[in-house]
Design a protein around this ligand. Structure first.
Ligand SMILES: Nc1ncnc2c1ncn2[C@@H]1O[C@H](COP(=O)(O)OP(=O)(O)OP(=O)(O)O)[C@@H](O)[C@H]1O
Ligand SMILES: [Mg+2]
Length: 241
């Protein structure tokens, strides 16, 4: 029997009301266990793609499916969002409670856990991410990297089936990035990571695709190359024209 995709973008076309077309009959399927990297130029529509899937935006044409069900009405998106953890490109869009503990406990509470259970899950998740002692910290005062990790904690506390990570390593130092990579690759979870960080994508994913000219190009896998030579990027991961 053919496996059903967990997420399915079927001929999706989208433009912002004031702009040029962003996505043009884009097709993409994600299957259980997939670990996909998505790259592509700034402004290509990568973040837009994630926002369409969780219902923040509506396609002009085409259909979306999650877990075998069409995403059409708000109630379909509400059900899908319970199983999909979206890490926003900007962590300030993710965190809205005064303290870290409240933010991380909110998801489990919202999924029907009692206050005590939600707190326990939140504490366990924070510990998993090496964030013990952050419970009472004020979210708006956290550093950029700390906000990213706390944002990931808010998602993991809900035990999602799929993670959509929008540039998760932006602003992370080398040690935190490594820690993030370790946590992610040890999770038994399906995910898509948008990133320009090829070294991270190479380690965290099994396939890397490019979004360009309104479509995801799955036929051409993005080759990752690492080398050291004398120019401004030195040994840092970088792209050549
Ligand atoms: N609310 C909006 N209204 C109008 N245009 C928008 C809006 N949001 C994004 N855009 C435009 O749509 C295009 C795609 O944006 P998107 O954020 O999806 O790109 P991206 O591939 O995630 O880029 P980056 O790598 O820089 O994060 C960009 O040109 C952007 O300026
Ligand atoms: Mg983006």
């Amino acid at each position: 029997m053919e496996q059903k995709p967990v997420l399915n973008f079927n001929n999706i076309t989208f433009s912002y009301p004031d702009g040029r077309p962003i996505l043009k009959e884009l097709n993409f399927k994600l299957f259980k266990g997939d670990r996909i990297g998505l790259t592509g130029p700034n402004g290509a529509g990568k973040t837009t793609l994630f926002h369409l899937l969780v219902g923040l935006l509506k396609p002009d044409a085409g259909t979306l499916e999650a877990f075998g069900r069409p995403l059409e009405k708000e109630k379909d998106f509400v059900a899908a969002r319970r199983k999909i953890g979206l890490l926003f490109q900007d962590a300030d869009d993710q965190l809205f409670f005064p303290t870290v503990l409240e933010d991380v406990a909110f998801g489990p509470l919202n999924l029907g856990r009692c206050a005590e259970e939600a707190k326990k899950i939140a504490l366990q998740t924070l510990a998993l991410l090496g964030l013990q002692g952050f419970e009472q910290r004020l979210t708006h005062r956290l550093s950029g990297g700390e906000k990213k990790l706390v944002s990931l904690a808010t998602l993991l506390a809900m035990e999602p089936e799929v993670l959509l990570l929008d540039e998760p390593t932006n602003g992370l130092d080398e040690k935190t990035r490594h820690n993030f990579l370790d946590i992610l690759t040890n999770l038994d979870i399906t995910y898509v990571v948008i990133s320009h960080d090829f070294d991270f994508l190479d380690r965290a994913t099994r396939s890397i695709y490019a979004l360009a000219h309104g479509r995801i190009h799955t036929e051409q896998k993005v080759a990752v190359h690492q080398h050291t030579h004398a120019h401004v990027h030195g040994s840092l991961p970088h792209e050549h024209e």
